[in-house]
Design a protein around this ligand. Sequence first.
Ligand SMILES: *Cc1c(COP(=O)(O)O)cnc(C)c1O
Length: 382
Amino acid sequence: MNKNIIYLDNAATTRTDPRVVNEMLKYFDILYGNPSSVYEFAGKSKEAIEKSRHIIAKSINAKDTEIYFTSGGTESDNWALRGTAKAYKDRGRHIITSKIEHKAILNTAKNIEDIGFEVSYIDVNEYGVLKLQGLKDSIRNDTILISVMMANNEVGTIEPYENIADIAKMKNIIFHTDAVQCYGHIPINVKKSGIDLLSASAHKFNGPKGIGFLYISDDIKKEPMMFGGGQENGMRSGTQNVPSIVGMAMAARIAHENIEKRMKTEKYLRDYFIDRVLREIPFARLNGDKELRLPGNVNFSFEYVNNTELIALLDSVGICASGGSACSASKNSPSHVLVAMGLTKNLANSAIRFTFSHNNTKNEIDYTVNCLKYFINNIRKS
Ligand SMILES: *Cc1c(COP(=O)(O)O)cnc(C)c1O
């Protein structure tokens, strides 16, 4: 089973930690009570949820009351944008985001435009860093929300989110950040950084799929995501996914206990990989910022190479990598992120992303670089 897989696509999803799976099992077949029921047996489920909420809240320096469980990053992003738009529509109908957001943001923004809001999409520079001056220039009297991702999922660039938060605060604008690629990978402090809303997803940090959370500051106005029985303080009705919530909290605890060590391991693999590729493969171009970069992200364009072909060849020897993001990889259009960074269509279509976990090894990197050299050389010769 998956014996020979070299998994270098941890930005798409991660392996669920066995300790997480083990913790979850109990909440399927032993403590299966409905957390909203009133007897003692169900109280155990309620208790598990609240304990999980506390673990998550503490991990970003938020209050327990500010954490809402969702079905993942996409739902959290939808809720952040649509909820804030609705809650603040009387103050204004203008929203600002960036050109390099995940589709969960971009397509939600489009939907909000359909219901009478205006959205400005801010440019990034050649490294994928948001242009702060462009952001400042786009602010209007009726701007209610700025949503900019903490780090990009394709090129790994960490955005100047604290500066963005400062700008938002000065103008009394709400600030949301999609931190799906960051939570559990780099330290986050929402209070220190001035973040009003933050999205995260468990399957991006060794938790289960289909569970995430939205942090909503107690200081801002909220709108419910779902209506029904009033769970999650009336904001997100529906019986909570107890096993997944418990699993996410366990994954969060594991991630944060070792976060510095994991970052160090991933950074080492990342920089070793980058150095070898740049030294040994001609016409390789690193996409994204070299320094302001997620510890586990590498993204290269290999000129004169079609990424679909290269990914298939890597797949044939068991190496899992992707072009762009998992979500846009299946479509044939070049990545909107790379296009926004100014890459030509050809360079964008030769981009390939490798994302590491702390469990990858130097041997795996060596093998991958050797395969890359061989395949790229063959493609270019043909
Ligand atoms: C994966 C991802 C999402 C979507 O999260 P899901 O839990 O898969 O819905 C949103 N934003 C970013 C930046 C992501 O990487």
